[in-house]
Design a protein around this ligand. Sequence first.
Ligand code: AMP
Length: 216
Amino acid sequence: MKIILLGPPGSGKGTVAKKMQIELGIPVISTGVILREAIDGNTELGKKVKSIMSKGELVPDYLIMKIIRERVEQKDCKNGYIFDGFPRNIEQARSLEKLNSEHSEQIDYIFYFEIPFSEIIQRLSSRRVCKKCSTNYNLLFKPPREKDICDLCGGDLYQREDDKAETVKNRLKVYEKQTLPLKNFYKEKEVLITVDANSSKNAFLEILKKLEGKKR
Ligand code: AMP
């Protein structure tokens, strides 16, 4: 099963994707996580994208498509995958269609995470992420049991550089201009399902309901 989670930054895609990975037994492909790992590892890719990401801009499509092509060909993707944070603009969506048609495949579900912008700003400013396993926490709604320590793996929690106030504003602008048009793009293809993302727990349950009986 191949799934896209679409929605603004901070709408809970990453949190829901991790739960879906466990439930469905297919991997999450998060371009944001892959890029942050490249920055942490100081790789060639990391050096290229660091300043772009710290400004909240989008990384060039050719770099993203290279990541995606390599990742979907790995063994663990043979039964499908969950895209989190990809595609991010119409160009990437078209490239994905091309890639899928090369393999005679298609995306089965696209879930759009609906949430007001006012809620997002609050969520992002209180978000903390595990350095080791990328699990998300929220200091207001889902704090870790021990301050700055991941409940799951004991890794250190940190605030993402791009979750700081100035960058968040730009990320939301970029989202509106470049990513939001994907909602209509996929709506016209009649594959988009909107979920209420005010609560990640409910969004996850709503998605499971839609997928009921379709697990592989
Ligand atoms: P995310 O973790 O999905 O919020 O992504 C964090 C940042 O990584 C974004 O603000 C972009 O700079 C970059 N990024 C992640 N995914 C993509 C993508 N599909 N296309 C372009 N840039 C991306």
